[in-house]
Design a protein around this ligand. Structure first.
Ligand code: ATP
Ligand code: LTN
Length: 334
């Protein structure tokens, strides 16, 4: 790519919470899209570990989840050469910027955040961090002058409050922040639980049999697919209403093979469910084996640390400039 073209690339940033092993649903619904974005945008992807501690976390589990998530994302195709990858907790400017933004955010507007309302209902003893969570998220975003913030629909309100905070600060203290746009992930293909195909496949699901995790043993993955709930129609048809289990397997096949739905249905028109499930399992296992191989090479490697070292250096430089500018604007100087 020529230098001019590179300079014109728009910037995007997104954060991922290290809260458990990602599922085939996350992979198909979110990660594959991020792999596409990295071609188009100058991307910053960080691990939102400071956000994870807004709810109680076991320290050892958290530390494992952090390293595992970075290795998995890279194994899935997030390219460290095309993305700045770093840990939020290694950049003290986020929390410092967050404080200055908190002092320019209203209690009332934070009280209206739906995620806060939902999460605080679950535990009456919630932390103050759970309440100010959106301001830390705003500082993650505003520190880097990004154009776009790709997120799932559940995070749209948080990107909107980041915009409101930026606009308010700019008005009060003069131009300081770029006002970003949310890039809301299209609904796209939703992968359903293999045992209860009326429910989304979720990291936090209690029934392990219906959820494929990217670090599951491949023999176990095969078994989960072979025992997926189907129906008694005996025909490979895309019909979510009457054949939700088979339709879900078709969606998985389509997403991983790149074939169209029609071509998949035609290919398996004469097959029984056992044959079709075997084909789906072969495809899923082939994809996940590649990811696991790269993951195993990375997880204990120094390469992973080098990637994070390079990432944090870049992140510190940019966010420090923003932090210094904010202090000047606010009047925090000698
Ligand atoms: P949790 O169980 O903690 O809510 P989750 O697995 O449902 O987690 P999120 O962390 O809410 O997933 O979502 C991360 C991203 O993955 C979002 O962009 C979401 O749209 C996408 N995603 C999650 N589950 C699926 C799924 N089953 N099919 C397609 N995309 C999904
Ligand atoms: N809250 C987000 C994670 C997150 C984030 C961000 C996303 C933290 N900071 C900044 C985009 C931009 C979540 O729970 N998925």
């Amino acid at each position: 790519m020529k230098r001019d073209e590179k300079m014109e690339k728009k910037k995007m940033l997104t954060g991922l919470q290290p809260t458990g092993v990602i599922t085939l649903g996350n992979y198909i619904g979110a990660i594959k899209q991020m792999v596409d974005y990295q071609e188009k945008y100058d991307s910053i992807i960080f691990i939102a570990d400071m956000h994870a501690i807004t709810i109680p976390q076991d320290p050892e589990t958290l530390a494992n989840n952090i390293r595992q998530l970075i290795a998995l994302y890279i194994a899935c195709g997030i390219d460290p050469k095309k993305n700045t990858i770093f840990l939020q907790s290694e950049n003290p400017y986020h929390a410092n910027i967050s404080w200055m933004l908190e002092c320019n955010t209203y209690f009332g507007e934070l009280s209206r955040m739906t995620q806060f309302k939902d999460k605080s209902k679950k535990n009456a003893n919630f932390s103050a961090g759970l309440f100010t969570y959106p301001v830390l998220m705003a500082s993650d975003i505003l520190a880097y002058d990004v154009d776009y913030v790709p997120v799932g629909i559940d995070q749209k309100q948080h990107v909107e409050i980041a915009r409101d905070i930026a606009i308010r600060f700019n008005k009060k203290y003069g131009e300081t922040f770029k006002v970003p746009e949310p890039l809301i992930r299209a609904e796209g293909t939703k992968i359903m639980d293999l045992q209860s195909p009326d429910k989304k496949m979720s990291k936090s699901s209690e029934n392990q049999k219906g959820v494929i995790r990217l670090l599951d043993d491949t023999a176990v993955i095969r078994k989960k697919i072979m025992s997926a709930t189907t129906d008694s129609m005996g025909k490979i048809n895309f019909d979510i209403e009457n054949q939700p289990g088979i339709s879900n397997l078709i969606n998985i096949y389509v997403s991983l093979s790149g074939m169209s739905k029609e071509d998949v249905v035609e290919k398996f028109a004469e097959s029984n469910y056992g044959t079709f499930k075997t084909a789906v399992a072969d495809l899923v296992v082939e994809e996940i084996e590649k990811i696991q191989k790269r993951y195993n090479d990375l997880i204990n490697s120094e390469e992973l640390d080098r990637i994070l070292d390079v990432g944090i250096e870049k992140a510190l430089k940019t966010s420090r400039e923003k932090y210094e500018l904010m202090k000047q604007k606010i009047g925090l100087r000698r």
